[in-house]
Design a protein. Sequence first.
Length: 590
Amino acid sequence: MTKLTAARKLQKLHESLYRRAHADANALGAAPAGKLLRYAQDFERSLPASFTRIENSEMIETILRRRIILFGDFHTFKQTQRALLRLLRDILAVTPRPKIVLALELLKCRYQRQLESFMSGEISEEEFLQAVNYSREWGFPWHHYKPLIELARDHMIPVVCVNSDHPGPRSLEMRDGTCARLLANASEEYPDHIVFCLIGEYHLADNHLPATLWNELARRDSDAATPLMRILCNVDRYYFDLDGSGKPLGSTEVLRLKRDFYCILNSPPWMKWQSFALWEEMRTGFPGSIEHADSGADADDDHGDDDAFDLDFQFLGLAKTLSSFLGLDLTKRDLVKFHSQFSPTAEFATEALISAGYSKREVAVMVESAALEGYYFDCKSRTLLITTVSINNLAEAAGQYLLALGSGFVEGAGSEAERFSKNALKRAAGIIGSKILNPRRKTKDHAFHINYLEQTVRRRLLGYARIRRQVSRAVLLALGTYDSLISAWESSRPSQDVTVLLKTENLSRGEVSADFGRVLGAGLYAGVMRNRVPADWIKSLFRYKITEDRPASVFIGDLVRIVNMLLVTGKSGRREAAETNRLQKFPAAS
């Protein structure tokens, strides 16, 4: 029997995750019913059976020759809105002063004045959300859409509200009609602009908004030939067709379905459906969620009933999936040894952390990290602090949790060099966990730091951007000279490189070691998935027990050598077989 490759095992895992997440989402109300069912069926029938992979630049070239772009939205999934955000940024990079109009379904047209007041700074964000009754009239996560409006404001891009109130059996058709009229108005008002419309993907079936918009433009007669274009995101069938092709895939793939019809893939489809399940559970039963926002319920009340959102359950589910996939042989009794807290405002109960021996200052750093990054997982007390509930955050924390369970890993103790190495090891485990569950996730890998330095080499940077450049330099320095750095670091007279590295690490509050770990984790993951590194290396990372004789720096040193070998063979392509043989002989967790 042929042994499954790591990549094929991962594909089978995602097929299983998809079936489960799709069923869960449908059970919670994602399955269309009634009038929406016909809309969904029309959408599925409109999807072409075949596709062609193309470069992102080719799609952008087509966009720049079109007048109206209809972009399909999956409202609960942040990667959909981020795909449009990245596309707009790419266009801004190509044409620094692009003529763009942004049309949004999330706001009803009667709120146009309130939107313009917010964008001009006349009213605050809180006042704006109250004025448009956001939580009840749209309700999908505001922080998913906010960056789009901020981008428009920063680049003086007009924004148009295109949703409307149309109750009754023909509400969807009537909403399409209003949207088509408003898009045609925008195209006339800004005749030399490209109008981007973000709207629910079911509206993009051939005979829905596209046909209605064509008819509206033809009726006006003045610009009946206005070229339209449709872009979808993360369509299930295309993802699995592409994933089974056996060809190497990037974090983002662009597919041409047919003329003026495209699809962007930037996440596995199980995450799309899981995002709906998470949103639905939080919406109906979690303190501080949309449904509780105006209820007057005390946030400190006990919400541990059957209807409450169970963060522990979601986190445990991801940890169990990762543990099983990695073959860590952890029991359910092992996996339930954690605590979790959710607070979007980073107001956490910290008694457990204080009891674990942390000072108030150390706890404050953890809370600050949770606020900045969306989560923080402490391996010593096995406590998850989370401010933004997302699958990526939960998956990364689950990877770090499995490191704590499998190896007994704890943060802190040891020399400065050892603490640096420990943080790198923890971040590597988190990225590997996250990449297993979301292979398309972009992360700060080696290429990221190279590109960042190349893009900013002649720019005068200030504030955080300047620190960010110093971090990238320090990460690449650590990757290239790790062994000598550690030796010098632990000597009585540290070298100039060590002094600079330590200064940057302190200035950035640990970003150097964190990004260094991300580079190593992403590199190891990629090597295993491409069959260039034995899969046991990942398992050994999660089982590496740190002792005085075998500190974290030893394992990190091995990872550095692996990643550097991969970078060399990746460039030349000639020594891959020889290097792979060397890695096979490399003792895992030496």
